[in-house]
Design a protein. Structure first.
Length: 273
């Protein structure tokens, strides 16, 4: 009797468990199929609000950058003003030394980080930020060594180009003193792009590893992108492209181009007036 009662209990338990074939799927309330990402919600907002949000983001990046550029330009103007008080030859030599050798070239080579670091940050590949920066150090240092003869032999090169003897001699002397500044640009430009591409400077600790051998890999591709980076790209566009937000990247491009045009027209009218 006890054995029969146990079998009945087991059968009762089995029959009480609902079969998977008899279970009906839960009703579709639309929450599973109508998932809306944060990007889609932002895109559905009014145009004025989206423009204002993108403008704040743009000027949050541009503010420190503008201050840095104005400070550097002001320093160059002050140096040339002091040289102009000394004499015309000194002013010419200082102007050639400061603005005529390598600044624009190294600036363009470092601009590859605006694309690479911006997209890596947008894709949350923080470990690649430091590798890209170290790779830029390697490429720019090599460029500095290649440009070093221009500083060492500045005087004969300027004579060959038809500069007066006194200007060529003084420029050659000043160029030798500016060789340390020449090499410091190979570190200053990449660090600026490295921090600027992340929108917030405290986040740089996420992408700053120790020295990695990966910095010496894919240098050829990095050089190609550096040479092509004479055309500057918006950092916000790189962030959105790295995150896969095509619409946001297009919108950031439109906002930055429109505001750059308006600012350019404002200063143009100010100068003409």
């Amino acid at each position: 009797m006890g054995r029969i009662s146990k079998q009945k209990d087991i059968q009762r338990l089995i029959s009480s468990v609902p079969s998977s074939s008899n279970q009906k799927p839960p009703p579709n309330t639309g929450q599973q199929t109508a998932t809306v990402t944060g990007v889609d919600r932002d895109w559905e907002q009014p145009l004025g609000r989206r423009v204002w949000r993108e403008t704040k983001k743009l000027w949050y990046i541009l503010g420190p950058s503008i201050f840095s550029k104005v400070s550097n330009f002001t320093m160059i103007v002050i140096i040339q003003a002091f040289a102009g008080h000394v004499g015309e030859v000194e002013l010419a030599a200082m102007s050639i030394t400061i603005t005529g050798f390598n600044y624009d070239f190294l600036l363009g080579m470092a601009s590859a980080l605006e694309t690479l670091c911006g997209q890596a940050f947008g894709a949350k590949r923080y470990h690649m930020l430091g590798i890209y920066m170290q790779r830029s150090f390697v490429v720019l240092l090599l460029c500095c060594f290649l440009l070093l003869p221009v500083y060492v032999f500045a005087a004969p090169l300027l004579r060959l180009l038809g500069q007066p003897e006194d200007v060529a001699e003084l420029t050659g002397e000043l160029a030798l003193w500016l060789i340390p500044v020449h090499f410091s640009l190979a570190f200053m430009f990449p660090v600026n792009r490295f921090l600027q591409s992340q929108l917030k400077s405290p986040r740089h600790c996420l992408g700053l590893p120790c020295c990695s051998m990966e910095a010496f890999s894919e240098l050829r591709e990095f050089v190609k992108l550096s040479i092509a980076s004479g055309v500057m790209l918006c950092v916000s566009v790189a962030n959105e492209l790295g995150a896969g937000n095509g619409k946001a990247a297009k919108f950031a491009t439109v906002v930055s181009v429109v505001q750059s045009t308006l600012i350019g027209l404002f200063f143009c009218v100010l100068v003409i007036a």
